[in-house]
Design a protein around this ligand. Structure first.
Ligand code: PFF
Length: 447
């Protein structure tokens, strides 16, 4: 006999899921993470491997997560358990949900620190700048633990407030207006960069792959980034899938979300690198890339203070629509089990993530010499454990589950009518390509 769990309700209209899932996918990963990772991993070859990972691994897994989530209507832990039991296999598949929730908390802890820097930059961009260059400005921002902790706290509080109010009201409405605005502003920044920066050099850097420096590490990093950017492997999309209306088509929806996400990452690269090259800044300068390059563009632009502040407001909102999806799976679990109310569940998990985030905030300054894992400081370790281990591992297990263990009729019921060729292709990718690619990237890392 299955236990009765508290229901979460469903979203109204098909756009709410698309917007919420796109809101989850599009975030710091696209605008902060993608350009700096492409920059540190040599550019074009990384971009190409990243795109392959999106198509061959990302989209098939996104379809699978939505199917499991919507089928069960529960948090990832219970959704995995329920679907496994209905498929007459071990309820231990719920461990995939647990690993997802763990990854979510780890990611949220550092995500909030970086998003806090975005909040801080709203004011930095808006106020008249003093003599500091944009890279010195970034240096000053991260040198102060109190400053980072303050903004980290503000951002985490905002995340907590939205999730505790319930996903349906807050998120759906917010992303509807703000996401398109972010899109327009990014296009504006690309046009600005086209005329004022080293655009041709950027095109070469991003799209002319040079495989001479590609290592196993490049593959792992591109794959981790693909999972992170599409919010896969940790149950966010599964949790959102639980609120998706039954008549919405899973396959086209997944393609829409993945395409929008990829588009935003590319636009971010095209907006940022022309400025980096034009000012002779280093493309591989790491996490500060977006802050340094965008600020130096705004500092020279007419109305730069207004446009700059607006840019960082939108970036913070994009981060917020992602951070709530990091918190949601854990909150959905605690509240559906009846352990705690939604509000206290959100409070407990966000407080835990906030505490862990202190380590990341300090890794920029007082703890910069401290390595949590060999060769990696606190932020890099969190990023490594979550993005490059837990997310791909979670994704691989989801692929194996749907490809090999989930009952066929449960799957076809959820997928609904779909072109047979596309369906067969998806089955092939989820059964073989996705698990084998993730496993071989892992193995090549160890060897
Ligand atoms: N996809 C988000 C981004 O690119 O910023 C981050 C993220 C959200 C990762 C939710 C994972 C997740 F489950």
């Amino acid at each position: 006999m299955e236990k009765k769990l508290k229901s979460h309700g469903a979203w109204i209209g098909k756009w709410t899921f698309i917007l919420a899932a796109t809101g989850s996918a599009v975030g710091l990963g696209n605008i902060w993470g993608f350009p700096y990772k492409a920059g540190t991993n040599g550019g074009g070859a990384f971009v190409l491997i990243y795109l392959l990972c999106i198509v061959m691994i990302g989209v098939p897994i996104m379809i699978s997560e939505i199917i499991i989530g919507r089928r069960a209507g529960n948090s990832p832990i219970n959704a995995m358990k329920r679907t496994a039991m209905q498929s007459n296999t071990s309820p231990l598949w719920k461990l995939v949900g647990w690993s997802g929730i763990t990854a979510g908390v780890l990611i949220l802890s550092f995500y909030s620190v970086i998003a806090g820097i975005c909040l801080n930059y709203i004011f930095i961009a808006a106020l008249p700048s003093d003599a500091l260059s944009s890279s010195d400005q970034f240096g000053a921002v991260i040198a102060s633990p109190y400053n980072l902790l303050f903004w980290h706290t503000v951002f985490m509080l905002l995340t907590f407030l939205i999730v505790s109010a319930g996903v349906k009201n807050g998120i759906g409405r917010m992303v509807k207006i703000l996401m398109p605005m972010l899109g327009f502003l990014l296009i504006f920044m690309v046009i600005y960069a086209m005329f004022n920066g080293a655009f041709i050099r950027t095109l070469e850097f991003l799209f002319a792959p040079d495989f001479s420096n590609v290592t196993a590490e490049t593959f792992l990093s591109a794959m981790g980034q693909a999972f992170f950017s599409l919010s896969l492997g940790m149950g966010s999309i599964m949790a959102y899938g639980a609120y998706m209306p039954k008549d919405q088509k899973v396959v086209p929806t997944s393609f829409t979300v993945a395409s929008l996400d990829t588009l935003v990452a590319m636009l971010a690269g095209l907006a940022i690198f022309p400025i980096i090259f034009a000012f002779n800044l280093e493309p591989n300068s790491g996490p500060g890339l977006v802050f340094v390059s965008m600020l130096s563009a705004f500092n020279q632009m007419q109305f730069g203070q207004i446009i700059g502040a607006f840019f960082f407001i939108l970036l913070s909102i994009a981060a917020l629509s992602s951070s709530i999806s990091l918190l949601e799976p854990g909150v959905a679990y605690l509240s559906e089990e009846g352990f705690l109310s939604r509000k206290y569940s959100a409070l407990a998990i966000s407080f835990f993530a906030w505490s862990l985030g202190i380590g990341t905030a300090l890794s920029f300054n007082v703890l910069s010499e401290f390595n949590l894992t060999p060769g990696r400081n606190f932020l890099d370790s969190m990023d490594f454990i979550a993005n490059q281990i837990l997310l791909p591992l979670g994704g691989m297990m989801i692929a194996i589950f749907v490809g090999w263990f989930m009952k066929k009729e449960l799957i076809t019921n959820e997928v609904g009518y779909v072109n047979q060729i596309i369906y067969k292709l998806w089955r092939f990718f989820i059964k073989f390509i996705a698990p084998i690619s993730v496993a071989s990237i892992f193995i090549s890392q160890i060897l």
